[in-house]
Design a protein around this ligand. Structure first.
Ligand SMILES: Nc1ncnc2c1ncn2[C@@H]1O[C@H](COP(=O)(O)OP(=O)(O)OP(=O)(O)O)[C@@H](O)[C@H]1O
Ligand SMILES: [Mg+2]
Length: 456
């Protein structure tokens, strides 16, 4: 029983076969169509994927760019922060200086009066001693100490307020000569001094005390820079018709770039505590500026330092007539009646003592108002000494009223700070001269003599 398997189409006739074949072909065509469609879809999807990939790559690139930009911005921010901190520090420094200035200004006023009393009385008393006796020398020392204190106060004022110097026509050679004299007495044992001064040096307009102080600061710095030995050179010359130059040069340690950059900063010092305040060069700088001068400094470690200062030269004619008069002989030949106007009791009593020692008689007024009421009577003083800085009317309010009462009465305007107000006041009124505090008996005598000597 073996049955032969038969083709399923065996029993079909020709027509039926054709129908079946056609059916099969149709199914195949459908299948092929389906496949083609699927292929197309796949190709589409591949294209889409490629696009998406490209997009991603592009976005990545953008991200990298943005990261770089962010880094740059961060750096910028860090830099600005640093700058801000620096600015803050500078502001803090400036504020500190300003409050110091206010403090110094206040202290300076009182200090000038204290020193004025000491200086005035000691210099007056010295005149009554036998020259070179112990008492004479003691008064001499007191006077020198008070003068130095006065200079310190002055340099604080110059430093903190740009106080305008008292102007005269002066010769810088003389100031240097004076400095040399002082150096010779003190520090010149180990330092050689070379002088190279132009004897035809043109004069300048300026404040002798402030300039002396500035030159002294430079010389002290130079000597300090040469602890073993070395040469200090002082030089003056005419540059052209408009300028003169002073040079202070040393062969000392010199300065590194860092020190040189900060040397003119107030309170910058490389010296040990108690040796330097760091105000020296900043005071020099201010003094030079107040004189419309220019300063140039060259320094290198191991090769010394050269400071050159240029000042505008001036004609030989006096600038402020009142301050350039020749010094007068020792004591005034006239016994004067002096009206002293000052609110400070120390100044009242010391000035009265000095004036009386010089042979003058004194009437004291403690305010401008009191002085004016005295002058409204038939009181006839020969000269008035008026303090500028007083409560109430003060010197500034008193002067014009006083002038209205007594148009030609000679007047000495005394003040601890020669500023624009003081200078303007003294210029606006005739027969007025300025006397900076603290002053010695000699300064006072000079002013009195100039004002009260009959003309002609
Ligand atoms: N001629 C110089 N040679 C070398 N260094 C100098 C010279 N002059 C100034 N300096 C440097 O500059 C710094 C500042 O000088 P400055 O005169 O302002 O202050 P100081 O001398 O330190 O103190 P002060 O003058 O107040 O006593 C000094 O401490 C020093 O380091
Ligand atoms: Mg110094």
């Amino acid at each position: 029983m073996h049955e032969k398997t038969q083709s399923p189409f065996a029993s079909l006739n020709r027509e039926e076969l054709i129908v079946r074949a056609e059916q099969g072909a149709a199914v195949l065509v459908e299948a092929i169509k389906e496949l083609a469609f699927e292929n197309e879809e796949k190709a589409k999807r591949a294209a889409e994927l490629e696009l998406a990939n490209k997009e991603l790559a592009f976005q990545n690139e953008e991200k990298v760019k943005r990261a770089a930009e962010l880094e740059l911005a961060n750096k910028e921010l860090a830099f600005q922060n640093e700058e801000n901190t620096k600015l803050h520090e500078r502001l803090f420094q400036a504020e500190k200086l300003e409050s110091l200035g206010l403090l110094a200004g206040g202290v300076a006023h009182d200090m000038n009066n204290v020193l004025g009393a000491i200086l005035g009385l000691s210099s007056a008393m010295q005149n009554f001693q036998v020259v070179d006796s112990p008492a004479w020398r003691a008064f001499d020392t007191i006077e020198k100490a008070a003068t130095r204190g006065g200079k310190l106060v002055q340099s604080l004022l110059v430093f903190t307020r740009n106080s305008l110097p008292e102007e005269r026509v002066l010769n810088l050679n003389e100031i240097l000569q004076e400095e040399v004299r002082i150096l010779a007495h003190t520090t010149l044992s180990h330092v050689r001094l070379t002088l190279d001064m132009d004897s035809e040096l043109r004069p300048i307009r300026g404040d002798g005390a402030a300039l002396t102080h500035a030159i002294m600061n430079l010389c002290v710095n130079a000597v300090d820079a040469m602890p073993e030995d070395g040469t200090l050179t002082l030089r003056t010359r005419n540059i052209d018709n408009a300028w003169i130059e002073v040079v202070v040069e040393d062969t000392g340690s010199g300065m590194s770039k860092e020190v040189l950059k900060r040397a003119f900063d107030p309170f910058f010092t490389t010296k040990e505590v108690g040796k330097g305040t760091g105000l020296g060069l900043s005071v020099v700088n201010r003094t030079v500026k107040a004189h419309q001068g220019q300063l140039e400094i060259q320094s290198e470690p191991g090769h010394g330092t050269r400071v050159g200062i240029r000042f505008p030269a001036c004609e030989h004619s006096p600038y402020l007539g009142e301050t350039t008069a020749e010094p007068r002989p020792e004591s005034s030949p006239y016994a004067l009646s002096v009206l002293l106007v000052d609110d400070d009791e120390l100044i009242q009593s010391s000035m009265q003592a000095i004036l009386e020692l010089l042979g003058h008689s004194v009437t004291v007024a403690s305010s401008g108002e009191e002085a004016l009421s005295k002058l409204a009577t038939d009181f006839q003083p020969d000269v008035v000494i008026l303090d500028l800085n007083m409560p109430g009317l003060g010197g500034r309010g008193t002067l014009p009223r006083l002038r209205a009462l007594r148009p030609t009465l000679p007047l000495i305007l005394s003040t601890g700070q020669i500023d624009q107000v003081a200078i303007d006041l003294s210029r606006a009124h005739p027969h007025v001269t300025l006397l900076p505090k603290p002053f010695s008996t000699r300064d006072l005598q000079e002013k009195l003599a100039v004002l009260t000597t009959p003309k002609g």
